[in-house]
Every structure is written in C-alpha cells, then in structure tokens.
Design a protein around this ligand. Sequence first.
Ligand code: SF4
Length: 396
Amino acid sequence: MKISDGGKPSLFETASNPKHGIYVHIPFCQRKCAYCDFYSLTDLTLRQPFVDSLLQEMALVTSDEVRSDTLYFGGGTPSVLTQQQIETIMQQAKDLFTLTPDAEITMEVNPGTVTQDYLNFMRQIGINRINIGVQSFSHNILEFLGRIHSPGHATQVIQQARKAGFDNVGLDLIFGIPGQDASTWQDDLKTALVFAPEHLSCYILSIENGTHLDQMRKSKAFEPAPEQHIADLFCITQQILKDAGYEQYEISNYARIDNGEKAWRSRHNQKYWSFAPYTGLGPGAHSYRAPLRYWNVRDVGLYSAALAKGRLPIQESEKTTTEQQITEAIYLGLRTCDGIDIAHFEKLFQIDFNQQYGDTLKTLYEENLVIVDNSRCALTSKGMLFHNSIVERLIP
Ligand code: SF4
C-alpha cells in the first residue's frame, strides 16, 4: 500500500481487537431509496467494469502484511452483483488478504434482489453472516421509504437465508418514520423477533440533505416525526429487545444473548467504534490506520480511471491530530454500551480522565445521562438520546 504510517503499531490497537477489517463498497442499487445518501448508481451495466477495477484495487493494497478477521460487503446493494462476480471478489480476497480461519464474512442483502439459489451460493462460497435490509414490515412504510421490496419479500428472504444455512442473520429496521405510531413500530419489532435474528440494527430515520425525502420535506409533503415521539420509540425498542433477550451494545445495535453468551455482536462494526484498523475498498470507501485516515473517490469513473493507471483511487488522506483522536475516542466510545475504557484512554492520551472531564461528568451523572465507575464511562439509556449534545458538553 502506498499510504503508510511507517509500519508502526496502531495507536488504537488493543489486545482485544488487534486485527484488521476489510470493507468492500458495492456501489449499485436497483433503484435509489427516498432517504438514501450512500454512494450508489442504478446503471447496472457498469457492474463488470467496476468488479474489474475492484480486483485491481485489491491487488494494489495486498502488500500489507496484516491479518484480517472481518470482510464486509456493503453498499449500495452487494446482492445486485451476479453470483460469478461475488465469487470472483471472494476468491481474490481469499488469495490476497490474510483472512483468519474464523473470519466473519458479511454481505448486505436487499430482499428484492435475491433468490434461494443466490443465498445458497453465498453460503457455499464462505459468506457466513447475512445482513438483510428489511427496514419495515409495513407496506405503507416501505412505499414511503421507496424500497423495492414488500414485507412478503423480506419474510421470505429471512426464511430462505435460514434454509441456506445462515446461522448469523442480522436485520436492519428503521423507526421514526412520519406517521409511524408506537403500535406499528412494536409490530415491526415483534415480527422481526419471530425469526429470532442473531442481530438487529434499529436506526432512526435521518433525512439527509439532497435526498428525495429531503425534497418532500421541503415541499411540506410530510411533517418529520416529533423528537419526543422518536425518543418514545427508542425506549420502546430498548424495552422490547431487552425482554426478548437481546443486549444493546451500541446506540442502534442489538445482539441476541444465548445462554448468557454475548456471541452475536457484529465483529466488523465494532472495529469502527474501537479504532481498530480497517481498509475500505471501492468508491467512497474510507480506511483507517491510526493516526492516518484516507478515503477513495466517490465516483466509479474516477475510481476505475485511477486504477487503470495503476494508482490507488484515494481522494484524500489526513493524519489525525491527538485532539481529533480524543474527540473521536469519546464520540465513538460513548456510542457503545461498554463505554470508554478509562485506563486505555489514559494510557493512549496521557490524560487523567477524571481530572479532565470530572466536573462535566458529575453534572451529567446528576442528570442521569452517564454512568462512570473506576474502569468505564458510558451513557445511560436516557443519555443515548442525547449522545451528540453530551459529547459537545465534554469537548466544547
Ligand atoms: S438499497 Fe440501500 S444503498 Fe441502495 S438506495 Fe436503498 S438504502 Fe441506499
């Protein structure tokens, strides 16, 4: 790899999370959803040229002697690739990257794009975790979001994934949708629980600038859900999933607990919150190896053009300052329910945590927003609703 910090061990590598993660961004979707601002194109004729470029990018970054214990196909919609294209990328990853034997290999799937045969194939080639973009089991909500699939497609794909042999199934759901009342959201959660997924991500709908939903809001086609209502739905989510035997391990993420074992957290996503090193491949993908962060051009044409010349398609890189790293360690640490590991934080930054943040933390504690003990600092359930403002209070 051309960008390097000189091969020094990563500042943020810890004994519990020493390995690399690999993210592959597949920038295609059958149709753009109304709320989506991820980089993806709907011209599927560009898939093969993209795959050819991706294989070149993988070959260029492979000189790193790093072990990876996660490989994550996200997007976009990875499942719009053909079986052959997915297999070629998987083979290249196996050939070029040192994947550990127990590597978590995840692929995101849109329910409107796969068949039983496709899912069987995914499993056969070594993908061992599937993340299904269900979003909702309500026809009206799926229509509002502009999804290509129906509730029936979603339930069918979950069942087909089980039949294909996936024993690590994650479902994505969205709440806080205009017009969605508490009982509709409860129904979504209860329907999801029928399938006993190993993992659930429950995201609050975010209306991003430039999306179709943003235009609709500006033209007053709908009123965004009130903040208090969203807070109520968030609390309902925590309660229902806790009662069903799931641990919330990050603001939006829940993992099933089996016989007291917390075995189903997303190993890959935890890397983002714990500053483990990761490499992002594909247009717009970000990579991180403390203190260096870099990201690829967000354009398939420019991406392929750079690779055709034998260059990595990096748009920009930055060396994060200690101040940036501290902010991120607090921002990301407080997203997780394990919170900030105070001893680790102090060792990394040579800061006395209590001396630096003690006064603010005392006030936050009195407001029931944080829990602090000798080893960790985490948000309370109530605090999670105010994550951004709490971080701003800690780091003005
Ligand atoms: S399928 Fe996913 S990536 Fe594609 S447009 Fe919809 S939300 Fe965005």
